[in-house]
Write a protein that binds this ligand. Structure first.
Ligand SMILES: O=C(O)CCC(=O)C(=O)O
Length: 315
């Protein structure tokens, strides 16, 4: 269900805050649509996070974005102290301020929103969940993070996401309304795959999305400074190059006072593994053009799907 309107207190703050977000705009290809990656600053005030996200979506739309991606855990600090307190039940949409804001934003701007991820409570469990909304404000898909981030590297980083969250058990492919745009050249161009952060480490999920016709995989993420510096960019470029499609990632900005130091660097990668646009670790909106004809060019010139020797390594 679509939200009827934004609460007026939110509206007021939005106008006041909207000019402060730095924006990076990159347009390399004569592309077919623009994507916006809203690298948000996350605080322990949920309402402030909603306002910040709403402002950032507006800023992306004002730069022409038709597909907007938010970060992993953007309405809630990435800490066990907050997950349960901030969780919302999306089945009860009217009682979910996050659901209502995203639905209203998608509808009033007429865009598709990959709503990052937030803690979801359902049947007594918590999930790390991404909701996708269409231009009519309706929920199109819900992805629950499949691969939870459990890590223990002595002297470096210890984190056990499975202590707080249950894992999702389904891949998520969404046919967005971009698929029906006459300017685009075939029916599945609007098909996107969704993964959340640690999901990016699993090439099989990305390969499945390609096999099912996805042209872009969106990964809201919140890599930390330990693994992020080494691997965040590598993972994105590898998933894009392996599958000859676009990969878009969106992270929160770094909060040096928080317990989890976030790497940032929200990025759009093209189908040959090239970085099209990226950011640093500060609050930013990245807007970049996507030209899906690059996928066909890349796949024609380097037909990995035909060169694949499934007889050798998939049997
Ligand atoms: O896989 C990694 O190194 C980081 C993953 C992560 O930060 C997450 O899933 O939240």
């Amino acid at each position: 269900m679509m939200a009827s309107s934004t609460p007026s207190s939110l509206e007021h703050t939005m106008l006041a805050a909207s000019e402060q977000v730095p924006i990076i705009v990159v347009a390399i290809y004569c592309g077919q649509f623009k994507i916006g990656l809203c690298q948000l600053s996350v605080t322990s005030e949920k309402n402030q996070n909603l306002v910040c996200a709403r402002n950032s979506i507006k800023a992306a739309v004002e730069c022409g974005a038709r597909l907007v991606v938010l970060p992993e855990m953007w309405n809630c600090p990435y800490s066990n102290d907050y997950f349960a307190k901030f969780a919302e039940d999306f089945e009860n949409e009217d009682a979910s301020p996050t659901f209502s804001m995203l639905s209203e934003a998608a509808c009033s701007h007429g865009i598709t929103i990959v709503g990052g991820s937030v803690p979801e409570s359902s049947d007594g469990r918590l999930y790390n969940t991404s909701c996708v909304f269409g231009p009519d404000g309706k929920l199109k898909a819900k992805h629950r993070k499949i691969h939870l981030f459990d890590i223990e590297i002595p002297g470096d980083i210890t984190f056990k996401e499975s202590d707080f969250f249950a894992a999702g058990d389904k891949p998520t492919i969404v046919d967005t309304d971009l698929a029906t745009d006459k300017q685009l050249f075939n029916a599945d161009v609007g098909r996107i795959g969704i993964g959340i952060c640690h999901d990016i480490r699993f090439p099989e999920l990305a390969a499945l999305y390609r096999a099912k016709g996805a042209r872009i995989i969106c990964y809201p993420g919140a890599f930390n400074i330990s693994t992020g510096e080494l691997l965040w960019e590598v993972m994105q470029r590898a998933r894009a190059a392996d599958n000859q499609l676009f990969v878009a990632t969106c992270s929160p900005s770094r909060d040096s006072s928080g317990s989890y130091a976030i790497w940032g660097h929200s990025t759009l990668v093209g189908p040959s593994g090239e970085i099209i646009a990226t950011s640093g670790h500060e609050e930013t909106v990245v807007v970049a053009e996507i030209d899906y004809s690059k996928i066909e060019l890349q796949r024609k010139g380097l037909p990995l799907d035909k060169q694949k020797r499934a007889d050798i390594y998939l049997s």
